[in-house]
Design a protein around this ligand. Structure first.
Ligand code: FAD
Ligand code: DLZ
Ligand code: SF4
Length: 510
């Protein structure tokens, strides 16, 4: 080919209606897709995450080719592969001599910086198009954020509800409230077993990728063997339908619940499909809304699910691009402890951690409350270094891309942004984990004890955290209650708990 456009599709852009593919001329244009080592190793991604991305890419390339689109697909084992986006774009320009390059805005700051250098490197104009797969454009988010000192998801979410008319009756939210979260805090009853989610047996393409990934990235944390994620748009839609039928009705009630041996509870597992582009967020929201309108799921479940996608997902993406690159550098609580080895699967006596990390290794998945209130809460209380915590979350989950991972980790879980995203730190003692799970029953620790040989580490760490940051939180009305409780405690008891925390933290450092 000489002339025409080189249209670049990245690994998390496997969407038929991608902006870079608009107005594609099959006679003159070529689509470039590149498997490169640097994207597989910039953090040590879980092997299932790498399989997900590469298999979705290969299936997407095959679907494009079946529609008559010319695809130049660079494989990881291609001997000439430079293993970097820029090098592959340069090589492709030499092969195809296009008039221009068209790309879609990437999901990560570091990739955007790279993309901004493609024009000089390749000597061809580069057009970077807005990613239309999000419901809120970046200029729209900037306009919403302009002039605000703090950003609150709830207000953003209401605007998104109005703009999309999802779960609305005229100007009013259906059911008379915007948010049914207060009804969504039940623990899992002993006799209720969550249904297994749909699993997708790897086809020949996926099996080939699994072998490639096991050979090259077998040393990364995580097991490739159990791979069962959707890798095509069709599979992603079946997974959504399965969720809507079997789990959505109880999604709300048990959204915050955790149970041993129940890694997925009533969650949807749609994040991987949304994030690599196999499923459209509006389609997912509309499918849930239809279930409510047809009486197949209650409003607390449907509103809760839609809020996660229309609210949180769009909001964290807007914030990421609003606040980068400085956002990643923040460390408001001065946390500097290295990540303990049990995050990478080393043995621990804490059953909640062992369950969350164990299923992460097996499935590249943990649900929100495990990420926030178990591994995230521990990182917050123990003062783990934000850069290490972020790199861990980015590596170990199949759905992890920095635009969504960083604000959730840095902002929501470990408060490294000092409260830009969340009005208070999500800090909790063992009592919370005991209330919301059955983990503590089989644990070597006792959630009711804060000191002594069987003490739950979360207890002493919690009060040590509150005491350590008491000055900072003194002006935060949402922290008034724990600060008052601390002030009323016997000073001897506080000192004993802080000693316990110091002793426990020293064992981590050792
Ligand atoms: P469900 O509970 O079924 O929710 C439905 C959908 O809503 C999800 O698929 C997701 O697309 C969206 N959603 C839910 N919560 C959030 C949220 N807080 N922010 C953005 N979208 C949300 N999500 C990612 O997609 N990638 C990540 O790398 C990621 N890292 C996280 C790190 C931490 C520390 C925390 C606390 C949360 C993180 N989340 C991340 C958000 C959330 O935990 C996952 O989206 C969710 O667990 C995915 O599972 P699911 O599809 O079963 O979600
Ligand atoms: C995550 C990932 C991986 C593991 N490999 C590739 C790849 O080989 N080629 C590619 O185009 N994209 C890959 N990705 C996804 C990119 O890292 C993703 O596009 C950026 O993180 C921006 O969101
Ligand atoms: Fe986790 Fe403490 Fe409960 Fe053990 S007792 S499972 S460490 S919260």
């Amino acid at each position: 080919m000489t002339g025409g456009a080189l249209r670049v599709v990245l690994g998390d852009q496997c969407s038929r209606d991608l902006a870079a593919l608009d107005d594609l001329d099959p006679q003159r244009d070529t689509v470039l897709m590149m498997e490169v080592q640097s994207e597989c190793t910039y953090v040590p991604h879980h092997p299932q995450k790498i399989v997900l991305v590469l298999s979705a890419m290969r299936h997407f390339a095959r679907a494009l080719a079946a529609r008559g689109v010319r695809v130049d697909y660079i494989r990881l084992d291609d001997p000439a592969n430079t293993h970097a986006f820029r090098g592959e774009v340069q090589r492709a320009v030499r092969r195809h001599r296009p008039e221009r390059i068209i790309a879609t805005h990437p999901g990560e700051w570091r990739v955007l910086q790279d993309m901004l250098g493609w024009q000089d490197a390749a000597g061809v104009p580069v057009e970077i198009r807005e990613d239309g797969r999000f419901l809120c454009t970046l200029p729209r988010f900037r306009a919403w954020a302009a002039g605000r000192k703090q950003y609150r998801m709830e207000f953003f979410y209401r605007e998104m509800r109005r703009e999309t008319a999802i779960l609305m009756e005229g100007d009013d939210p259906v059911g008379g409230k915007w948010n049914f979260d207060a009804e969504n805090r039940a623990a899992l009853p002993k006799d209720l077993v969550p249904p297994d989610p749909l699993r997708f047996a790897p086809d020949a393409i996926t099996r080939n990728v699994m072998t490639l990934v096991a050979d090259r990235f077998g040393a990364h944390f995580g097991d490739v063997a159990g791979f069962a994620w959707p890798v095509t748009a069709r599979e992603a839609r079946s997974a959504l339908d399965d969720f809507i039928t079997h789990r959505l009705p109880r999604f709300g009630d048990y959204q915050d619940a955790m149970a041993a041996g129940q890694p997925t509870m009533f969650h949807s597992l749609v994040s991987t499909s949304l994030n690599v582009g196999l499923l459209d967020p509006l389609e997912a929201c509309r499918a849930a809304e239809d279930a409510w309108r047809e009486g197949r799921a209650p409003i607390n479940a449907v509103e809760g699910f839609i809020r996660q996608i229309l609210g949180w997902r769009e909001y964290v993406r807007g914030l990421y691009w609003q606040l980068m690159p400085g956002y990643a550098e923040q460390n408001a609580l001065g946390a500097d402890r290295p990540l303990p080895a049990f995050y990478w699967g080393a043995p621990t006596t804490m059953r909640c951690i062992e369950q969350a990390v164990g299923q992460t290794r097996d499935l590249a998945y943990a649900h929100h409350i495990q990420r926030l209130m178990v591994t995230g809460n521990f990182a917050l209380l123990a003062g783990l270094a934000p850069a290490e915590v972020n790199a861990w979350y980015l590596a170990v989950y199949a759905d992890a891309f920095e635009w969504v991972e960083l604000p959730n980790t840095h902002g929501m879980a470990i408060h490294a942004d000092g409260g830009l995203l969340a009005s208070k730190p999500y800090a909790a003692s063992g009592a919370y984990i005991n209330r919301m799970s059955d983990y503590c029953g089989g644990c070597a620790h006792d959630p009711k004890q804060a000191t002594g040989p069987r003490a739950c580490p979360f207890n002493a760490l919690y009060w040590d955290f509150i005491a350590r940051h008491a000055d900072r939180f003194a002006t935060n009305p949402r922290m008034a209650m724990p600060l008052r409780t601390l002030a009323r405690m016997d000073p001897g008891k506080v000192a004993a708990m802080r000693n316990e925390a110091a002793r426990f933290l020293a064992t981590l450092d050792a």
